[in-house]
Design a protein around this ligand. Structure first.
Ligand code: RNT
Ligand code: ZN
Length: 412
């Protein structure tokens, strides 16, 4: 179907496709750097992820150096429409200094600022609390060992300063997201003490607002090897964030019980918070971090953002790492799927649906929701790609395969 016909079909439902395209193009997606190298980072030539997370698979062409990761990411974003941000971890520093995580500085990330400017990207940031010898007995900020806690507090504080530096240099906000693996494999005897220690550590980390930094806390339900208890649970961080100014709860789609969905949590948090950072990912049976598909939950997340007029409040970030497939394709497919979900949501006759609900006309609501599934959003998507200077067909995949053949396959 051509775009003009699609536009008219939507008009009959009171939906303006031009507005939808416009809004989609101005909505940034924060793309995670760590899909490119299986979350290894650049310290000591890269460290396999630990701390309850795992990248499985061994597809050729993992990025091994900052240059390779930068090249691969540039390739990926050349095939992704719209506004993009790059989400970095502290372990991706680019430096000749020998500095441990408690001493990282702005200069260790200068190369990324240059890269961001060159490629028109905003930056987001994460302190890295995993894959490091100072993670003792799977504990960091909640460790009973004061030396361990102090080390990680210094790391978090240094990370916030780097986030402020990114915000300053790039003239856009920078999220600084704290996720720690802390937990126990088997049932603990004392759940409270580690949580009180974590609370105390957070008090020492967040001792004042930094310009441009959006401080986030990411909760989790369990990790591999840490199945019985997670110190930083949802309730823990929600209570902490809600009772502190300028702190936000980050929702990761893989960090809840399998029948719980973050799409339902967005409106709940909107009642209290003016920002909601997300990690959109796809849990398959557990927090497996599969590439985001255009599935029901991803669409529902997008609808909850759009219906509640929260495109400026919900900060959409991605978080997955599949090492078993071409990593550039993983970036392109997952990011485009998030964008397609947002487009589908932007094309919903939301006002009409809301008023049917308010009138308790649930038959009408069911009929309209199902009828709108027949509307030609794909024609609008293709038009969007063309306007963004991209092919509207599957040719992107050929380009990725060519890059794999020419570049990725030469890597050892
Ligand atoms: C882990 C969290 C966390 C990490 C990244 C690498 O379960 O989801 O966000 O995936 O920080
Ligand atoms: Zn996450």
């Amino acid at each position: 179907m051509n775009y003009q016909d699609a536009r008219m079909e939507y008009e009959a439902y009171g939906v303006d496709t031009e507005k939808a395209i416009e809004r989609l193009s101005s909505t940034p997606i924060s793309i995670h750097c760590w899909q490119g190298d299986d979350v290894e980072g650049f310290e000591n030539g890269g460290r396999k992820p630990s701390g309850g997370i795992q990248a499985t698979g061994n597809h050729i062409g993992k990025a091994r150096t900052p240059q390779e990761l930068m090249d691969d990411f540039r390739m990926a974003i050349s095939l992704i429409p719209g506004k993009k941000r790059l989400n970095l971890h502290a372990s991706y520093l680019v430096t000749d200094r020998s500095c441990d995580r408690d001493c990282i500085e702005e200069e260790d990330f200068e190369a990324w600022v240059e890269y961001a400017v060159e490629n028109g990207l905003g930056l987001d940031f994460n302190p890295t609390f995993f894959s490091h010898p100072m993670v003792r007995d799977n504990l960091t900020l909640s460790s009973p060992d004061r030396e361990v806690r102090d080390f990680w507090i210094s790391h978090a504080r240094a990370s916030r300063r780097i986030a402020a530096y990114f915000a300053r240099e790039l003239g856009t906000y920078c999220t600084c997201n704290l996720w720690i693996p802390d937990g126990f494999k088997d049932a603990p005897a004392d759940r409270l003490s580690p949580r009180l220690r974590l609370k105390d550590s957070l008090d020492r980390i967040y001792d004042g607002k930094l310009d441009g930094v959006v401080d986030c806390l990411e909760s989790k339900v369990f990790g591999i090897g840490l199945e019985s208890f997670t110190v930083g649970s949802s309730e823990f961080y929600m209570g902490y964030a809600a009772s502190h100014k300028d702190l936000y709860l980050l929702l990761d789609a893989g960090h809840y019980h399998p029948t719980e969905h973050i799409s339902d949590k967005i409106s709940a948090l909107l009642c209290t918070f003016d920002k909601i950072p997300l990690h959109v990912t796809r849990p398959v049976r557990w927090d497996s971090d599969h590439v985001v598909r255009l599935d029901d939950e991803t669409i529902e997340i997008a609808k909850e953002i759009v219906r509640n007029d929260a495109l400026d409040k919900v900060l959409v970030g991605l978080d997955y790492f599949d090492a078993s497939i071409n990593r550039i394709a993983a970036w392109v497919v997952g990011t485009r799927n998030m964008q397609k979900a947002l487009l589908i949501a932007l094309l919903e006759p939301a006002g009409k649906m809301r008023s049917l609900q308010e009138q308790s006309d649930f038959t009408g609501l069911l009929a309209l929701s199902e009828d709108t599934k027949e509307l030609p959003w794909q024609a609008v998507w293709k038009e969007y790609l063309r306007r963004q200077g991209l092919d509207d067909g599957p040719s992107w995949y050929g380009k990725v395969m060519e890059y794999e053949k020419k570049t990725l396959s030469k890597r050892g």
